[in-house]
Write a protein that binds this ligand. Structure first.
Ligand code: PLP
Length: 342
C-alpha cells in the first residue's frame, strides 16, 4: 500500500487513510485510431470515487485530513453553480459532519439542473450565498468578510479557493505519478505519451512534479487546456514547486518530462458545449462503453483523437479520463435532443 521513495516519506502520513488513491488502467477499445504499434490505454480516474470527479478527488486525499485537523468549525467553498469541486467537496465534508458554506457565482439560467441541483440538495439556503457576476472578481474578499463575521460569533472558518488551489492539496496530487508508475509496471508497458486535461492546472502540475520527484522523464505529457492560460499554468507550477521544495527541504531533481499544451479542437472557450461535443459524447459512449462529462472529458478525448489523426503517435499511449459520469447530468436534455424518441 505504500508509495515509492522519496514519496512515501513525504506524503505517507498526510493522506486520509480510508480514501483510495489507486485507479485502474486498461486497454481502450474504439474511438481513437487503433494501430498495432501504438497500443492505447485509458486511466480510470473516474472510478476513484462515484461522487466526485477524479482530478478533484486526488486533491481531497490530503485536503480533507488537513481541514479536519485545522480545528475550524466552518469551511467556506468558492465556485460556480456547476463547479465539480464545490459539489464534490461539499459531500465529503458534510458526510463527516463538517459545516459548509458556499459562495456561488450566480448562474446564467435559473433552471435547477446538474451540479447546481445537487449542491442545493446538499446545503440549506442559509449556507448558500450567490455572488453576482460584477462582484465575482472580489469573491475572495467577500469570503474573508464572511470569515470575520463568523469570528465575531465565535465560529472559526477556513476558505477553500476556487478549484481547490491551495498548498494542502499538494500531497494528494502527487499520488497520480506513483499510481501511473504502478499501472505501467503491472501491465508491463512503458508509456511513450500521456494525454491529460487541465482547468486550474493543479492536477497536471501534481503529475509533472510527482514525475520529477520519482525521476520519471520519459513519457511526453500532452495537456488539453480546457480552461486557463499557459502563463497562469507556469505561475502555478512555480508556486507548487516552491511548496514542494519546502516539503522535501531540498531542490527538486532538474530532469523533467517534456510537456506540450494543446488547444481544444472545438468549443475552445471554457464551459462551452456545441453540437460537435454533443455528437462526440454519443460516439464515445457507443464506441468505447464510456459515459463522459462533456465539459472536460469529451472535449479532451475529441482533441486527442484529432491530434492522433493529424500525427500518428508511436508506442504505448495513455489517456487519462479525469472526469466522471456525474458531470453529464447538467446536459441530459441537450444530449437527449440528438436522438428522437422511438
Ligand atoms: C477540475 C477538472 C479538471 C481539471 O483539473 P485542474 O486541477 O483544475 O486542472 C479536469 N476534468 C474535470 C472533469 C474536472 O472537474
Amino acid at each position: 500500500m505504500s508509495f515509492p521513495e522519496p514519496l512515501q516519506q513525504l506524503i505517507g502520513n498526510r493522506l486520509d487513510r480510508e480514501l483510495n488513491w489507486k485507479s485502474r488502467c486498461h486497454p481502450l477499445h474504439g474511438y481513437l485510431p487503433q494501430h498495432s504499434s501504438t497500443p492505447l490505454f485509458i486511466k480510470r480516474e473516474d472510478e476513484l470515487n462515484a461522487n466526485a470527479v477524479g482530478t478533484k478527488y486526488r486533491k481531497y486525499l490530503s485536503l480533507i485530513p488537513a481541514l479536519e485537523h485545522s480545528g475550524n468549525n466552518r469551511i467556506i467553498l468558492i465556485g460556480s453553480a456547476h463547479s465539480n469541486n464545490v459539489v464534490g467537496l461539499a459531500q465529503l465534508l458534510r458526510s463527516r459532519g463538517i459545516d459548509v458554506s458556499a459562495l456561488i457565482k450566480a448562474p446564467g439560467n435559473n433552471q435547477l439542473v446538474g451540479n447546481h441541483l445537487l449542491l442545493t440538495m446538499l446545503l440549506p439556503h442559509d449556507r448558500m450565498q450567490y455572488v453576482s457576476h460584477p462582484d465575482w472578481p472580489q469573491v475572495e474578499e467577500i469570503a474573508e468578510q464572511m470569515v470575520a463575521r463568523l469570528k465575531q460569533q465565535g465560529i472559526s472558518a477556513a476558505v477553500i479557493p476556487e478549484g481547490g488551489y491551495s498548498e494542502a492539496v499538494l500531497p494528494g496530487i502527487l499520488t497520480l505519478a506513483a499510481d501511473l508508475q504502478r499501472n505501467g509496471e503491472e501491465l508491463g508497458v512503458e508509456f511513450q505519451d500521456i494525454w491529460t486535461d487541465s482547468g486550474t492546472g493543479v492536477s497536471a502540475i501534481g503529475l509533472l512534479l510527482g514525475m520529477r520527484l520519482l525521476g520519471i522523464t520519459k513519457p511526453c505529457v500532452h495537456i488539453t487546456r480546457i480552461a486557463g492560460y499557459p502563463d497562469e499554468f507556469r505561475q502555478r507550477y512555480d508556486q507548487f514547486e516552491r511548496w514542494l521544495e519546502r516539503l522535501t527541504q531540498k531542490p527538486l531533481p532538474e530532469a523533467r518530462p517534456q510537456v506540450r499544451f494543446i488547444q481544444p479542437a472545438t468549443a475552445a472557450s471554457y464551459g462551452s458545449v456545441n453540437q460537435t461535443i454533443l455528437r462526440e459524447s454519443w460516439a464515445i459512449a457507443r464506441e468505447t462503453g464510456l459515459l463522459m462529462d462533456p465539459v472536460y472529458s469529451v472535449k479532451h478525448f475529441y482533441t486527442v483523437k484529432c491530434e492522433m489523426e493529424r500525427q500518428a503517435p508511436n508506442g504505448p499511449q495513455l489517456i487519462l479520463y479525469n472526469g466522471g459520469t456525474l458531470g453529464m447530468c447538467g446536459f441530459q436534455s441537450r444530449l437527449a435532443s440528438r436522438e428522437p424518441m422511438v
